[in-house]
Design a protein around this ligand. Structure first.
Ligand SMILES: NC(=O)c1ccc[n+]([C@@H]2O[C@H](COP(=O)([O-])OP(=O)(O)OC[C@H]3O[C@@H](n4cnc5c(N)ncnc54)[C@H](O)[C@@H]3O)[C@@H](O)[C@H]2O)c1
Length: 443
C-alpha cells in the first residue's frame, strides 16, 4: 500500500462512488463506465434498510476473503455456506456461526431464503454451479475466470441472455478506483493513441498447498492440474487481458505464445512460465508474460500510447514529449555517463537521445491514499475493487438490476486466456474462432 496521506478510506460502495466524483453532476462520466450506472446515490438510499441473503459456495481462501468483506456489509447477510472439504467449511462457519452449512451446493440452491450465491470454488466447478444457480432462480456472483472451457463460457453467456437474474464475475479491476480513473484518462486521449500494451505478473511461489493425505492432492492443489485449472492464464492473466480489452475497447484477433514448466517440476500439469503476443486487427499488440519462480518485476498493466504510458497497476502515468524534453541528447548522455549508466560512450548520430525510463517523471492517477497490487497476494490486495464489486452484487440482488458489461468483459477475457493456452499447447497462431464471437466484441 502506498500512503500519501493518513486519510482513512471507507470501503463501502457509497464512499467508493463518492470518491470517484459521481455524487453530483457525474452522469456524463458515469456513462463511460456502464457497470456503475446502477449505483447512483439515489439507488443506494432506496435500498438502505434491505439486506441481500447470500450463500457462499466454496469456503477456501477466496471464499473466506469474501466472507470477511460480507460480514460488515450493511446490505448483506450470510445465510448459508457450502464446501465439500470439511476443514474449510468449519473455518468459514466460525466466521459466521449462524449460517447453515451444506456439503452439496444443489441442496443449498433448493433453499427459498437465499437471494444470491457467491461462488469461490475451483475453476472446473464454475460453469456447473453458475448454470444451476441461475436455473434455481438465484442471482450469482462467481469468481474469475468464467469457466474452464470455451464451450462452458458460451453456455454461461447464452444462459445469461435468457435469464432475468443478476450475474457477476469477479473482475475486480472494473471496480478499482485507479483503474477506472486511469481508463478515463486513456479514453480522453491523455496518452494519445494506444500503440501497445505490456502486462506481466511475476511471483516466486510454487502455488502448492500442503495436503493432509495423498488422495486429496488434486482436490486441494486444483490450480496445478489441467482438469481443474488453466494455470497462469485463468488465474492471473485473465484480470490483465480484461484491462487490455477495456483500454482498447477491442478484442485481439490472434495470439501466439510459448508455455513451459521451467522451475516447478513437481508433477504439475500447468505451465509455470508463459510468454504470449496478442495482436489486434490494427497491428497493436499485447505482450503478456508470467513466471512464478522470480518476482523481480512484480505485476504491471501498462498501456502504451504515442503520447505517454499509463501504468494502471502502480497507479502512475508518464507523458512523452512533455516531461522528458528538457535536455539535449548530449546533455542526457553526459549526465548518464556521470551517473554510470554507460561504461562506454554509445556511438550514435547527432539526433540520438538516450532512451531510458529514468527520464520519465511519474504522475499519480489518484492523489491521496491508494493501493498498489504488487501481485504477490493469493487472495487480492487490500483495496483492489474486490470488496466494491461484491458490494455492488449484493445491491443488485436487492434491486434485481443486471450489471452492464460485467459478464461480457469476463467472457472476452476468459476466452482470450483459453485461446492463449491453446496457442501455447499447439505451438501455432490461433485466430479468434467465429463460433465464440459475441455482439459485444469489436475486433
Ligand atoms: N479475483 C481474485 O483476485 C481471486 C483471487 C484468488 C482466487 N480467486 C478465484 O477464487 C476461486 C477459489 O480459489 P481459492 O484460492 O479460494 O481456492 P481454494 O482451494 O482455497 O478454495 C476452493 C474451495 O472450494 C471448495 N470446493 C471445491 N469443489 C466444490 C464444490 N463442488 N462445492 C463446494 N465447494 C467446493 C474446496 O473444497 C475449497 O474449500 C478460483 O476460481 C480462483 O481463481 C480469485
Amino acid at each position: 500500500m502506498l500512503k500519501k496521506t493518513e486519510k482513512q478510506v471507507d470501503l463501502g460502495l457509497r464512499q467508493f462512488i463518492k470518491d470517484l466524483g459521481y455524487i453530483s453532476g457525474g452522469a456524463a462520466l458515469l456513462s463511460t463506465i456502464p457497470w456503475l450506472q446502477s449505483f447512483t446515490p439515489d439507488t443506494l438510499n432506496e435500498i438502505k434498510n434491505e439486506k441481500a441473503r447470500i450463500a457462499v459456495i466454496g469456503t477456501g481462501s477466496r471464499g473466506q476473503y469474501h466472507i470477511h468483506a460480507l460480514l460488515p456489509m450493511q446490505h448483506a447477510e450470510i445465510v448459508a455456506l457450502c464446501d465439500i472439504y470439511p476443514p474449510n467449511l468449519e473455518e468459514a462457519s466460525k466466521l459466521c456461526p449462524t449460517a447453515r452449512k451444506y456439503t452439496d451446493y444443489r441442496k443449498l440452491l433448493e433453499s427459498p431464503d437465499i437471494d444470491g450465491v457467491v461462488i469461490a470454488t475451483p475453476l472446473n466447478w464454475h460453469a456447473l454451479i453458475v448454470l444451476d444457480a441461475l436455473s434455481a432462480g438465484k442471482h450469482a456472483f462467481c469468481e474469475k475466470s468464467m469457466a474452464l472451457t470455451m464451450d462452458q463460457c458460451k453456455a454461461i453467456y447464452d444462459a445469461y441472455q435468457k435469464t432475468n437474474k443478476v450475474l457477476y464475475f469477479c473482475m475486480q479491476r472494473m471496480f478499482d478506483e485507479k483503474y477506472i480513473k486511469g481508463m478515463q484518462m486513456i479514453h480522453s486521449g491523455l496518452i494519445g493513441d494506444v500503440v501497445g500494451l505490456r502486462c506481466h505478473w511475476f511471483r516466486n511461489h510454487d502455488w502448492r498447498r500442503p495436503v493432509p493425505s495423498a488422495n486429496l492432492e488434486r482436490q486441494i492443489n486444483w490450480r496445478l492440474y489441467r482438469d481443474s485449472s488453466a494455470g497462469l492464464m485463468t488465474e492471473l492473466a485473465t484480470h490483465q487481458l480484461e484491462v487490455c480489452n477495456w483500454a482498447t475497447k477491442r478484442i485481439p484477433q490472434s495470439v501466439v505464445g510459448m508455455g513451459d514448466i521451467v522451475n516447478w517440476k513437481d508433477g504439475r500439469e500447468v505451465y509455470d512460465s508463459v510468454s504470449l503476443t496478442y495482436r489486434y486487427s490494427s497491428g497493436v499488440k499485447i505482450t503478456y508474460e508470467s513466471l512464478i519462480s522470480n518476482k523481480f518485476n512484480g505485476m504491471e498493466d501498462q498501456v502504451l500510447g504515442n503520447k505517454g504510458t499509463m501504468n494502471l497497476a502502480t497507479g502512475m502515468y508518464y507523458l512523452e514529449g512533455v516531461d522528458n524534453t528538457g535536455n539535449s541528447g548530449i546533455e542526457q548522455l553526459l549526465s548518464q555517463i556521470g551517473n554510470k549508466v554507460f561504461a562506454a560512450i554509445p556511438a550514435a548520430g547527432s539526433s540520438w537521445r538516450p532512451e531510458t525510463k529514468k527520464e520519465y517523471k511519474p504522475h499519480y492517477i489518484i492523489e491521496g491514499d491508494y493501493n498498489i497490487n504488487d501481485g504477490l497476494s493469493m487472495i487480492g490486495a487490500v483495496k483492489d475493487g474486490s470488496d466494491e464489486i461484491l458490494s455492488a452484487f449484493c445491491q443488485a440482488c436487492i434491486t434485481g438490476e443486471k450489471g452492464k458489461d460485467i459478464v461480457e468483459e469476463a467472457y472476452c477475457a476468459t476466452l482470450l486466456c483459453l485461446l492463449g493456452n491453446q496457442a501455447m499447447d499447439e505451438q501455432r497462431r490461433i485466430d479468434f474462432p467465429d463460433e465464440y464471437k459475441i455482439p459485444y466484441m469489436n475486433f
